[in-house]
Design a protein around this ligand. Structure first.
Ligand SMILES: Cc1cc2nc3c(=O)[nH]c(=O)nc-3n(C[C@H](O)[C@H](O)[C@H](O)COP(=O)(O)O)c2cc1C
Length: 412
């Protein structure tokens, strides 16, 4: 995107969201096809880099998935992980040779909370047929950014990526599935998600920093691998934060723009430390509508696929830096009465949250209902006070004067 700063990348994403997006262009061939490995020549154990940093099932963490709605043909590009089959979680025995060579376990949640590919797979299961997929990457970074953005179903992630990179994304036809993939990708794994293959995975190391007890997930059978000569690989950890997606989440301006289209006073949404979401408003005090902080928090929890990600929320005014934990703490401490100014509710949980109990067993084993709480740390004028106390802090000049004097004293 022509910048090394994520704030600038975020600004580009925000700008292009309001512009028209260039349609992707289909071209006859691309570097992703320099090497082609088909059917019985495939052995994932030998051909796919297995980069893993921690305990539990090893995953492919850095590729994005292209798929199509089996009913409407609507495309989706999403960022999902794929586990290698190795040892069975319960018996400790190795999976079959065929499974270890040709299959991956897809973290494409088709139980609630549904990912978009999960929605497509649920339809395919009803229709009794497999769902074709192409697992691709590393691609142009804008494609990865678009793939992990909470975009409405049916919006074209490739077109959005094209808008961010400043030109149409070039696509090529896959060899064995009816899908189009970025021509410049390093790797393409073509295959299909097979109905009826749900099983409990290995211990699952996840981004909240724990090894959980596993999920029931379907298998993907790989039909063809294509890649560049000397291809690059990208992997990220699934472990205690910080990790890559904490930074990738910062780039996700889609949610911000969706809320802002209803409540233009919202200036920024960020997660300066794991688990704490800060919403900054552009105005505070008597300039804004009463109790807007609560309306904004309800808007945040009503938009995304997993509202439970936004488990602890703080709303601050324009004078508080939403990236500075000192300032956020001060705002909470001095502008918020914890009971009077908080709201909480039950929402769809972050399914990896170890503090949420599992509610269902068997094929639907998953976590469903979690809790969220938000603290309104805006200045409560006009709600409770006609005016608020003035902030006291030394001026920059005063600090510099004392600092210079102290340096002089110390050097004597
Ligand atoms: C590194 C990384 C790994 C992710 N892994 C998964 C995953 O395994 N399964 C999943 O459903 N979402 C995963 N996500 C989140 C999704 O990419 C995100 O919810 C995205 O909006 C999904 O696309 P969709 O809305 O088209 O389903 C991951 C995101 C990142 C950045």
């Amino acid at each position: 995107m022509g910048t090394k700063k994520w704030e600038e990348a975020s600004a580009i994403q925000t700008r292009v969201m309001k512009e028209s997006w260039p349609e992707p262009k289909v071209i006859p061939n691309g570097p992703c096809k320099q090497v082609i490995i088909k059917e019985h020549n495939i052995d994932l154990r030998k051909q796919i880099p297995k980069v893993w940093f921690t305990e539990g099932q090893a995953f492919i963490t850095g590729l994005v998935t292209v798929s199509k709605d089996p009913e409407t043909g609507e495309k989706n590009v999403g960022w999902y992980r794929y586990g290698f089959f190795d040892t069975h979680p319960q018996t400790g025995a190795l999976y079959s040779e065929e499974k270890r060579k040709r299959c991956l376990q897809g973290y494409i949640f088709w139980n609630p909370p549904l990912s978009h590919i999960g929605r497509q797979f649920a339809k395919a299961v009803k229709m009794g047929k497999p769902l074709e997929v192409a697992i691709v990457g590393p691609c142009d970074p804008t494609i990865h950014a678009a793939a992990c953005t909470d975009m409405p179903y049916g919006k074209d992630e490739f077109a959005f990526a094209g808008a961010m990179r400043g030109g149409p994304v070039e696509l090529v036809k896959c060899e064995t599935v009816d899908l189009l993939v970025p021509a410049s990708a390093e790797w393409v794994l073509e295959g299909e998600v097979i109905p009826g293959t749900d099983e409990l995975n290995w211990g699952h190391a996840h981004g909240m920093g724990y090894l959980d007890f596993g999920y029931v997930l379907p298998s993907i059978r790989i039909k063809c691998i294509t890649h560049r000569e000397n291809p690059l690989w990208y992997a990220t950890t699934e472990s205690k934060p910080p990790w890559d997606h904490q930074y990738i989440i910062f780039l996700n301006r889609y949610l911000l723009e969706s809320i802002r289209s209803h409540i233009p006073e919202v200036k920024d949404i960020t997660m300066p430390v794991p688990g704490i979401t800060v919403i900054q408003l552009a105005i505070d005090g008597a300039d804004r509508e009463p109790e807007i902080g609560k309306r904004v928090m309800n808007a945040l929890w009503s938009m995304p696929r997993l509202p439970g990600v936004y488990k602890f929320v703080v709303v601050v005014g324009p004078d508080i830096n939403p990236y500075d934990i000192q300032e956020i703490g001060w705002a909470l401490w001095t502008r918020c009465q914890p009971i009077r100014d908080s709201i909480s509710q039950k929402v769809l949980a972050m399914f990896e949250d170890p503090s949420v109990p599992e509610e269902l067993e068997g094929p639907q084993k998953n976590k469903l209902i979690g809790e969220v709480i938000g603290f309104d740390a805006l200045i409560k004028v006009p709600e409770y006070y006609p005016k608020f106390q003035k902030v006291v802090e030394p001026s920059k000049e005063e600090v510099e004067k004392i600092s210079a004097k102290l340096s002089q004293e110390l050097s004597n």
